[in-house]
Design a protein around this ligand. Structure first.
Ligand code: PFF
Length: 453
């Protein structure tokens, strides 16, 4: 039988940072701006913040409870806490979601490598906004380049995974997060001072609730789950490595604030710049990749060395932020295969890497040569994004809140969520888990997906 070598986090701050590393990634800097752009701006952001506060944080606490009290992977945790029941299917659905996300997320993560290359070779110099759009479309349409980037990125993730949890994940998270934050702050200042940036600020700050419909609600909820890495057992898997005295509600609050701060900062970089150079805010997944080079170009154009330095730093940090997220997606699937199917960790890791690379390849091609093949009117890439972020994760969140709110032993729940009586909002969290979150998620589903007509 293969030896199960469950790892542990050395320090408390390491565990928190690793969880934050999972949460902060392309979801904040790439997906948040384009979903905000697709859904009309400020009103979407406010609803998003509401979803983080009233669903995301309580459900994150619940996921931490499941992981830390079972000390097991996402599927086994339900067998430990609810033996002889069908709850483990929630864990399995989450693992499938993690695998699908890893596949298409790594495609975009691969794009960051192309942009590091372009930044290093000073290829942004002298280009107009239209040139940036054309060169991005040319890159994504090419069958080879994005595929090679995807392969490189998957191998990087694989490498960290086989080195083990403590050494790999903890070390990479510790220094990078704060540096990324400072750089984002600097870029936001640059972007806001571009000519015509005011319209972008208005887009971010002046809500127009008349445009809010079921689609906006589903989008905001899906983004909250995606950005917080929630609803699939990924943070639960990390929590299974926490030290037993970790304060779960406090950790959840910290992760959520860091994550939300980065997303909002990304908004303050993208929209002022997009409005300044005339890029449509609803440009979709290409939005940050066609907007940001303009910021480097316009703000530092006549200082070539500074433009190169900052753009290289930015794309390297973006790639690393994506890496700490792909590691967490990979880790939850690897831990599952390793612990459930009697496989060595290495073999499990290779299976995950190989499988998600093949799926990722199809997702990547579906944006270029295969863009005419659609399912329900969506490319494979968009379908994976829709099904995971907008259906599987909130559905997982619904089950997790019911599991912890109603099913799990009251004493375990009280000890963990109230942090042995020191966390005063215990009752609020329980109310949300029992009533508000399940009802709100079900309402948004029924309303938008037409589950009941
Ligand atoms: N939260 C990550 C991000 O915002 O980039 C994406 C993610 C990571 C989603 C891990 C799901 C997951 F399990």
């Amino acid at each position: 039988m293969a030896k199960i070598d469950r790892a542990g986090f050395g320090t408390k701050i390491g565990a928190v940072l690793a969880a934050a590393g999972s949460a902060v990634g392309l979801g904040n800097i790439w997906r948040f701006p384009f979903e905000t752009g697709n859904h009309g701006g400020a009103a979407f952001i406010l609803i998003y913040l509401g979803c983080v506060l009233f669903m995301g944080i309580p459900i994150m606490i619940a996921e931490f409870v499941i992981g830390s009290r079972s000390r097991a992977n996402a599927a086994r945790s339900y067998r430990v806490l609810a033996p002889g029941t069908q709850w483990h299917w929630v864990g399995r659905m989450g693992i499938l979601a993690g695998f699908l996300i890893l596949s298409y997320y790594s495609v975009v993560a691969g794009w960051t490598l192309e942009f590091i290359f372009e930044a290093v070779t000073n290829s942004f110099a002298g280009k107009s906004p239209a040139d940036f759009i054309a060169s991005f479309n040319g890159f994504v349409g090419d069958p080879w380049r994005p595929a090679i980037c995807l392969l490189l990125f998957m191998l990087a993730t694989h490498f960290v995974i086989v080195r083990g949890v403590e050494k790999g994940i903890e070390k990479s998270s510790n220094i990078l997060m704060p540096v990324l934050f400072v750089l984002l702050l600097l870029l936001a200042v640059c972007s806001v001072s571009l000519p015509g940036a005011m319209n972008g600020l208005k887009f971010l700050l002046e809500p127009d609730f008349s445009k809010v419909d079921g689609n906006v609600l589903l989008g905001a909820m899906g983004q909250a789950f995606f950005s917080l890495s929630l609803g699939l057992g990924c943070l639960g898997t990390y929590a299974s490595y926490f030290r037993s005295d970790t304060n779960l509600p406090k950790t959840a609050f910290n992760v959520a604030w860091i994550d939300t701060g980065v997303a909002v900062l990304a908004g303050f970089i993208i929209f002022p710049a997009a409005f300044s150079v005339g890029i449509q805010p609803d440009a979709g997944p290409s939005l940050i990749f066609i907007t940001l080079p303009n910021v480097f170009q316009q703000a530092f154009g006549n200082l070539t060395w500074l433009a190169i330095l900052l753009s290289v730093m930015f794309y390297v940090l973006l790639a690393l932020a994506a890496l700490t997220s792909t590691i967490s997606q990979h880790e939850m699937v690897t831990a599952y295969l390793h612990e459930e199917f009697n496989m060595t960790r290495k073999k499990a890791a290779w299976l995950v890497t190989g499988g998600s690379f093949v799926l990722g390849l199809f997702c990547s091609l579906s944006l270029g040569v295969g863009k005419d093949y659609t399912i329900f009117g969506l490319t494979l890439f968009d379908l994976f994004d829709f099904v995971t972020a907008k259906i599987m994760l909130p559905a997982g969140g619904l089950c997790i809140s019911i599991f912890v709110g109603w099913y799990l032993d009251k004493k375990i729940v009280w000890e963990a969520i109230s942090n042995n009586g020191t966390f005063r909002l215990y009752k609020v969290v329980i109310f949300i888990l029992k009533f508000f979150a399940p009802i709100a998620i079900a309402f948004i589903f029924i309303n938008e997906l037409g589950l009941i007509r």
